[in-house]
Design a protein around this ligand. Structure first.
Ligand code: GTP
Length: 399
């Protein structure tokens, strides 16, 4: 979400938008897209029914103005068919403004044909045959869901057309014409008020839902940030013990159900107490961070993950990994740490010892047994001289 849009939306809500236009151009464009997709497109079926209704009035013509029946058929067919076609085009189009204009043109054409029929009928002394304009005005102001300015202009044009066709030609007596004009204008006024209110409400809803979405996005981001913080170790940037416990339990369950192997590596920095004592805690922290980065870069498969187990100890969990492959991976990690060439104050370079353990979990096993075995293997690696990998033997006793 663009921050400017959020600001503009809040300002528009406070300031109001009586002119049915937002000051901010970006906001106005966003609203137009929203309005066109959400509302106007949905009005197309109603407009299609309106055009069909207009065509259906041919039966009224047959009985009420039989002497003009042929003209009415030609007129209605020549308006209805292009209109239906135009509505189809509007439905599949993308741009909004020309589609509004085409819709307005359909209204004007339909109304002009009704006024023409009314004029012809009036010439033959039938002055009541003009009220179709009423229906067209109603449809234009309400169900068509046109933006206010389009509905307003179209309605004015339709009233003018009626005035020109019947009033200016004096086809009907002036009292009938004036009565009709007053009723049509009254309906137009009420229809436009309703159109204005609808447009205003839609704009307000748009602003409120836009701000609500921004708030939702912000909360989702905050939630992700908090989740990240609560699952991450501050110094190394690796997952922490909390995350490890949760994820390990899931991996254990899944390996048990799928009967696949699960490998665990316990990694401990060698002679780290001496490093700290001689080089200082700050340098020690740096070593922890560097080793963590190497471990992170060594874990390539998406299902594997590395966490800081505590102090200078790390753990890598590798689902669906056999013991040989786990041993090879541990050996590569050990070599990588050694090749970092971080001088140790006792001589030589900083190294790690690694204990590896693999199992296919059984119902009777406790999830912690695998980690205990890896820990015991780590102890063996330390005991046999450090900077080495030791693989747990299933027959080995836990220390
Ligand atoms: N700088 C630093 N030191 C830490 C941190 N966490 C634990 N340590 C130190 O890590 C050292 C761990 O030492 P020990 O567990 O005794 O083992 P070691 O000296 O590494 O010896 P071996 O494991 O047997 O090779 C202790 O001195 C802890 O103070 C940390 O976050 N930062």
């Amino acid at each position: 979400m663009i921050p400017n849009l959020e600001k503009a939306a809040s300002e528009a809500l406070v300031k109001g938008f009586r002119q049915l236009k937002f000051d901010d151009i970006q906001l106005e464009r966003a609203f137009e897209r929203h309005y066109f997709g959400q509302f106007f497109q949905k009005a197309i079926p109603a407009l299609t029914v309106g055009v069909l209704l207009y065509f259906g009035f041919i039966f009224g013509d047959r009985f009420m103005i039989p002497e003009l029946f042929e003209e009415s058929i030609i007129l209605r067919v020549s308006i209805a068919i292009p209109s239906i076609f135009a509505l189809f085009v509007i439905k599949w189009g993308r741009e909004s403004h020309w589609q509004y204009l085409v819709t307005c043109s359909i209204f004007c054409a339909v109304n002009a044909s009704i006024s023409l029929l009314g004029y012809w009928a009036a010439l033959q002394g039938q002055h009541y045959y003009q009220s179709g304009t009423l229906l067209v005005i109603m449809l234009c102001c309400t169900l068509a869901r046109l933006p206010f300015r389009y509905a307003f202009l179209t309605t004015c044009l339709m009233l003018t057309t009626y005035g020109l066709a019947i009033g200016a030609t004096q086809a009907s007596p002036s009292d009938i014409f004036l009565n009709n004009l007053l009723v049509f204008s009254g309906v137009a006024f009420l229809g436009l008020v309703s159109n204005y209110q609808h447009n205003h409400d839609v704009r307000k809803d748009f602003l409120q839902s836009l701000l609500l979405n921004v708030e939702k996005e912000r909360l989702t981001l905050d939630k992700r940030k908090f989740q990240h913080i609560s699952n991450t170790d501050g110094l190394s940037g690796l997952y922490n013990r909390r995350f490890l416990d949760q994820r390990y339990a899931l991996e254990w369950q899944s390996a048990m159900q799928l009967k696949t192997s699960l490998s665990v590596m316990m990694i401990d920095i060698d002679r780290f107490k001496n490093f700290n004592d001689k080089a200082g805690h700050h340098e020690g922290d740096q070593v922890i961070t560097d080793v963590a980065t190497t471990l992170k870069n060594s874990v390539r498969r998406t299902q594997d993950f590395v966490a800081r187990y505590g102090g200078e100890e790390f753990i890598i969990i590798c689902p669906s990994m056999e013991n040989e492959r786990a041993f090879d991976m541990a050996e590569q990690i050990r070599k990588k740490v050694e090749s970092m060439n971080i001088p140790h104050p006792d001589g030589g370079v900083v190294s790690v010892s690694i204990g590896v353990s693999t199992t296919i979990p059984e119902e009777s096993d406790h999830p912690s047994s695998l980690q205990k075995q890896a820990d015991f293997a780590l102890y063996q690696a330390k005991k046999s001289g450090r900077n080495r990998v030791h693989q747990a033997n299933m027959t080995e006793e836990l220390g």
